[in-house]
Write a protein that binds this ligand. Sequence first.
Ligand code: ATP
Ligand code: MG
Length: 310
Amino acid sequence: MITMLAIEVSELVKKYGEVVAVNRISFKVFKGKVFGFLGPNGAGKTTTVEILEGLRQPTSGSVKVLGYNPSRPEEASKLKWKIGILPQDFNALDRLTVKENINLFCALYGNRISAEELIKLVDLGDYKKVRFYKLSGGLKQRVGLAVAMAGDPELVFLDEPTSGLDPRSRRETWKIIEGLKELGKTVFLTTHYMDEAENLSDEITIINKGEIVAHGTPEELIENYGGGKRLIIRGDGEVLNVLLGETGEKPVKVGGEVRVPFNKPSEAVKILEMLSLKGLNYDFEVEKGSIEDVFLKLVGAKITEEGELK
Ligand SMILES: Nc1ncnc2c1ncn2[C@@H]1O[C@H](COP(=O)(O)OP(=O)(O)OP(=O)(O)O)[C@@H](O)[C@H]1O
Ligand SMILES: [Mg+2]
């Protein structure tokens, strides 16, 4: 039977003694899509990923990955040739160069894909001869991505691939992940960065304290929980006072600007028109809801840069 599903998880539970790391979670991952698994530190992301990879045993529930049951050793050993893994704590051989490291992993997989092709895929052409330990965090992660792709897998697990990287390196990694999707690969991406989940994922599942909080496309989540669009208006005290006094909606004053929520474009136009008719000078922009708003609404907290709930 031909299935569109790469992964099917049903009622998965994982306990470490008293700690319930994953509590009856169910979800599906479609082939060729980027699946964002978003949650703060300790949410249960790595536990789930490693069960899917066949590296940890579930306490209960069922898991299917590319048609295999990874909790059965004989199936896990077949599955491992079909998936790629970038673990959260990736490290290559320090004293080997980028090219030597990638060559090594290509050889392990029987040279299904050439090292040169992988180097191009992760844009490491300028660093081929540099020893691994000399690379920056972002470049090390790119070697990790190349290694994950060394078996030319159809499904690849990326466990927090951009954690701790500077904003520029994070964006460069995003481009590489987008490239994987263009090659038709299925990508299981865990992250605590809300912008990363929003920008890269076709579908996002939000996990917190081992439980799934919400699931949908970024657009669906923002539409359902993102709090709609806002008009951000900046101006002098008079502009702000007029807005606070005259708009029917509930404007919120933040610093030197007022945020007015609206549903229809005509509502926003009416407000701007009113300011213009009064001859006031102002500046405006439209802000749409984000996954950050969604998370805040559902969990009642934000995830910090470090992955903590705040
Ligand atoms: N081997 C283990 N033994 C005991 N408890 C564990 C083990 N691995 C994880 N845990 C606990 O299970 C919970 C989920 O951890 P997990 O590593 O899956 O979360 P995560 O979402 O990957 O978090 P992080 O962002 O820190 O990587 C946490 O409370 C963690 O302390
Ligand atoms: Mg983790």
